[in-house]
Design a binder for this molecule. Structure first.
Ligand code: NDP
Ligand code: MG
Ligand code: MG
Length: 328
């Protein structure tokens, strides 16, 4: 783990940092870096919806072309599926020897959608948390842990730059781990697909559907399968399986040991291995690139179908009744 004390010289002091994009990660990086004393520019397109927000926060906004021309360090915080297009049209031609090209996720470098010239540093600072937490924890004097990785070290101090960037972002207050673009990309995709996003939502839906189909009230099913998930995850986050299992009843713990492995059984584990191999051999990446090229037919269809699932309306009305904090 790297912490603030591991940053030797302040290699980013006096350098111009361009943050391309002002979305979930972009706003957090721009504001945290600025408040850490760095010279920040935000790069956006002319008709950007995010422009007024960035200006209101006192940031300087320029075109992507101008940002790349002026900056020493260019952090690419555009949606992954748009990065290649913006790189090809506005970034590549403006790159100069000695500049740094930085990413918060390795997708485009690892799958060779973007192949930078050999005369720039290419590294990654990937906060392991959503942008809004990157910002909120920084404001509270803490941060979100990060992964750093160096893909190309033209200047021979790309790693120092990555650490200095991670420090300014607030991540070294909690710690950063070194990885490679390959490891970050493949584990990030696997985690979100199999466990965090795809895995969790399908597990919740399957539990909810099972209860509702058996005649139980949908509100109760929602509480059991979705609402309580946060309470359990909070315990996991604080103290791992041990703390969660210490806190639940022995009945729940016995049921956990009896039934958990019947649900996530060998078949599920085999499928996880298959999913991982499709990430490793670029099958998933190529599907996603093709999906975007053809106007996202699958994505749009499933997104619309998901909104029709009964858990959506049950959740909406329950959450309104409970007046949950932060659920706006
Ligand atoms: P968002 O979708 O939240 O934000 C994208 C930003 O890019 C917006 O400000 C958008 O502005 C701008 N943008 C989109 N298209 C263009 C374009 N053609 N030219 C210029 N600007 C454009 O992205 P995220 O913050 O979610 O993701 C950014 C990167 O961070 C990705 O690599 C992602 O993998 C990574 N990451 C994201 C995490 C997260 O918490 N979301 C977590 C860790 C890493 P507008 O459309 O208004 O022009
Ligand atoms: Mg991801
Ligand atoms: Mg219970």
């Amino acid at each position: 783990m790297y912490y603030e004390n591991d940053v030797q010289a302040d290699v980013l002091k006096g350098k111009k940092i361009a943050i391309l994009g002002y979305g979930s990660q972009g706003h957090a990086h721009a504001l945290n870096l600025k408040e850490s004393g760095l010279d920040v520019l935000v790069g956006l397109r002319e008709d950007s919806n995010s422009r007024s927000k960035a200006l209101e926060s006192g940031l300087t906004v320029k075109s992507v072309d101008d940002c790349v021309k002026e900056a020493d360090v260019v952090m690419v915080l555009l949606p992954d599926e748009k990065q290649k297009e913006v790189y090809d049209s506005q970034i590549e031609k403006n790159l100069k020897p000695g500049q740094s090209l930085v990413f918060a996720h390795g997708f485009n470098i690892h799958y060779k959608q973007i192949v930078p010239p050999e005369f720039v540093d290419v590294f990654m600072v990937a906060p392991k948390g959503p942008g809004h937490l990157v910002r909120r924890t920084y404001e509270k004097g803490s941060g979100v842990p990060a992964l750093i990785a160096v893909h190309q070290d033209y200047s021979s101090n790309a790693k120092d730059k990555a650490l200095a960037y991670a420090k300014a972002l607030g991540s070294l207050r909690v710690g950063a781990i070194e990885t490679s673009f390959k490891e970050e990309t493949e584990t990030d995709l696997f985690g979100e697909q199999a466990v965090l996003c795809g895995g969790v939502t399908e597990l919740i839906k399957a539990g909810f559907d099972t209860l509702v189909e058996a005649g139980y009230q949908s509100e109760i099913a929602y509480f059991e399968c979705l609402h309580e998930m946060k309470l359990i995850v909070d315990l996991l986050y604080e103290g791992g399986f041990e703390k969660m299992r210490y806190s639940i009843s022995d009945t729940a713990e016995y049921g956990d040991y009896r039934v958990g492995r019947r649900i996530v059984n060998q078949e599920v584990r085999n499928e996880m291995k298959k999913v991982l191999s499709e990430i490793q051999d670029a099958t998933f990446a190529n599907q996603w690139i093709e999906e975007n090229r053809t106007g996202r037919p699958f994505y749009n269809q499933v997104k619309a179908d998901e909104l029709k699932h009964p858990i959506v309306n049950t959740g909406k009305s329950l959450r309104t009744m409970m007046k949950l904090e932060g659920d706006k």
